[in-house]
Design a protein around this ligand. Structure first.
Ligand code: PLP
Length: 388
C-alpha cells in the first residue's frame, strides 16, 4: 500500500483538532446570532470578540482594527477596491507587482475597467520587488500600493517594511496580502507599518471560508459588503461564528513557538531541496534560498510537464501542486514563474511541494525515493528530451 503524503500546505492545511474542538459548540448548541440581545446569543457574540482579540494579539494590532471576512480573497478585494474608491478624488493610480495572487490581480483588472491605472512592478529572478522600482513608480496620482508579503508559488518573502516606508513617505496607502505569511513567519503590523493586511484561516490550521482584514485606525476605505450593521457597520453579513472562533484559535496556535516551528520546517525543506538537486539532473529551485517561506520548495524539471508529474505523484500517494493553471482549463504557465524570467517551456515543468507542521522526515524521504524515478520516466516519454 502506498503511503499518503500531503505536501500542498500552501493550497490549504488540515484543520487542527484543537481548532475543531473550539468550533463545534457553535455548530451545535450555541447557535445564537451574535447580533441578538437575548442570553442565548451571548456565547456566539463572546466567541467573535475573543477571536478578534486573538487575531489582534497575533498581529500586534488593536482588536477594533480587525474585521472578519469570508476568505482571503474577500479581504484582498475589500482592501483594494475599498481603498481605491474611497481615495479616488486624490488620484487613480495604483501600484502592485507582477507576481500577486489572482485575488489581487483580478481586483486590479476590475479597477482598470473603472478608469484606474495600475503599474505592475517587475521582480528579480528570485521573485523580489526592488524598492527603488517602487520609489520610481509613485506619482502624484498614486493612492495605493498593494504588494504581497509572501508569494504563494515560489515562497519569496518581500521586503514589506521597506516598501511600506517608501509608500508612506509619499503619503500613499499600503496593503499587503499576507495570506501565505501569517502563521508561517512573524507578522507584526506595527513593525511592518502597513495600513491594511489580508489573511485566511485555512492556510494555518483553521477552517476554509473565513479570513480577516486588518485596517489601521483612521485608514480611509469604503465598505465592500453592504447590508446589516455587523463588524461595526463596516462588513455586513451574519458572522460565521464557528469559522471565526476557529480562525482565532488557529492563529493563536500557529504563532505560538513560531521560531521553533520555522527551524523544523526549514530543516525538512532544505533536506528536500538538497535531495532533489542532488538526485535529479536538470532540476532547478525557483525563488529565493534566503528570503523564503520555511515550508516552500518549488522546482522546475526541464523537458517535462508539471501536470503529468502531479498525476504520477498522486498515483504514489503524494499530493502536490504545479504552477500551471490546468484546473482552469488553461495550459498557460504560471505568471509568477514567467515574471521570474523562466522560459515558457521550463515554467511548464514546475512542481510546488509545500511542507506543513504535520509533515515528518519520513514524508520527505518518501518523496526523495520516488521523485527521481518519476521524472526519469516522464523524460523518457518526452519529445523534448535530448536524444529521444
Ligand atoms: N492570496 C494568496 C497569496 C493566496 O495564496 C490565497 C489562496 O491561495 C489567497 C489570497 C486567497 O485566499 P482564500 O483561499 O482564503 O480566498
Amino acid at each position: 500500500m502506498n503511503r499518503f503524503v500531503y505536501l500542498d500546505n500552501s493550497a490549504t492545511t488540515p484543520v487542527k483538532p484543537e481548532v475543531l474542538e473550539v468550533m463545534l459548540p457553535y455548530l451545535k448548541d450555541e447557535y445564537g446570532n451574535p447580533s441578538s440581545i437575548y442570553k442565548k446569543a451571548a456565547a456566539s457574540s463572546a466567541a467573535v470578540s475573543k477571536a478578534r482579540e486573538q487575531v489582534a494579539a497575533a498581529l500586534g494590532a488593536e482588536s477594533n482594527e480587525i474585521f472578519f471576512t469570508a476568505c482571503g480573497t474577500e479581504a484582498d478585494n475589500w482592501a483594494i477596491k475599498g481603498a481605491a474608491f474611497a481615495n479616488q478624488q486624490k488620484g487613480k493610480h495604483i501600484i502592485s507587482s507582477q507576481i500577486e495572487h489572482h485575488a489581487v490581480l483580478h481586483s486590479l483588472e476590475y479597477l482598470e475597467k473603472q478608469g484606474f491605472s495600475v503599474t505592475y512592478l517587475p521582480v528579480d529572478k528570485e521573485g523580489r520587488v526592488n524598492p527603488e522600482d517602487l520609489k520610481n513608480a509613485i506619482t502624484d496620482e498614486t493612492i495605493l500600493v498593494t504588494i504581497m508579503m509572501a508569494n504563494n508559488e515560489v515562497g519569496t518573502i518581500e521586503p514589506i517594511a521597506e516598501l511600506a516606508k517608501i509608500a508612506h513617505e509619499k503619503k500613499v496607502l499600503f496593503h499587503t496580502d499576507a495570506v501565505q505569511a501569517v502563521g508561517s513567519v512573524p507578522v507584526d503590523v506595527k513593525a511592518l507599518d502597513v495600513d491594511m493586511l489580508s489573511l485566511s484561516a485555512h492556510k494555518f490550521g483553521g477552517p476554509k471560508g473565513v479570513g480577516a482584514l486588518y485596517i489601521k485606525k483612521g485608514t480611509k476605505i469604503d465598505t465592500f459588503m453592504h447590508g446589516g450593521a455587523q463588524e461595526r457597520n463596516r462588513r455586513a453579513g451574519t458572522e460565521n461564528v464557528a469559522g471565526i472562533a476557529g480562525l482565532g484559535e488557529a492563529i493563536t496556535l500557529a504563532t505560538k513557538n513560531l521560531p521553533d516551528k520555522i527551524k523544523r520546517l526549514e530543516t525538512l525543506r532544505n533536506k528536500l531541496i538538497d535531495g532533489v538537486l542532488k538526485t535529479i539532473p536538470d532540476s532547478h529551485v525557483n525563488g529565493s534560498l534566503t528570503d523564503r517561506l520555511p515550508g516552500n520548495a518549488n522546482f522546475c524539471f526541464r523537458y517535462i510537464e508539471g501536470e503529468a508529474l502531479l498525476l504520477r505523484l498522486d498515483a504514489k500517494g503524494v499530493a502536490a501542486s504545479s504552477g500551471s493553471a490546468c484546473t482552469s482549463g488553461s495550459l498557460d504557465p504560471s505568471h509568477v514563474l514567467l515574471a521570474l524570467g523562466l522560459p515558457h517551456e521550463v515554467a511548464h515543468g514546475s512542481l510546488r511541494l509545500s511542507i506543513g507542521e504535520q509533515n515528518t522526515e519520513e514524508d520527505i524521504d518518501y518523496v526523495l525515493e520516488i521523485l527521481p524515478g518519476i521524472v526519469q520516466i516522464l523524460r523518457m516519454m518526452s519529445p523534448l528530451f535530448p536524444g529521444n
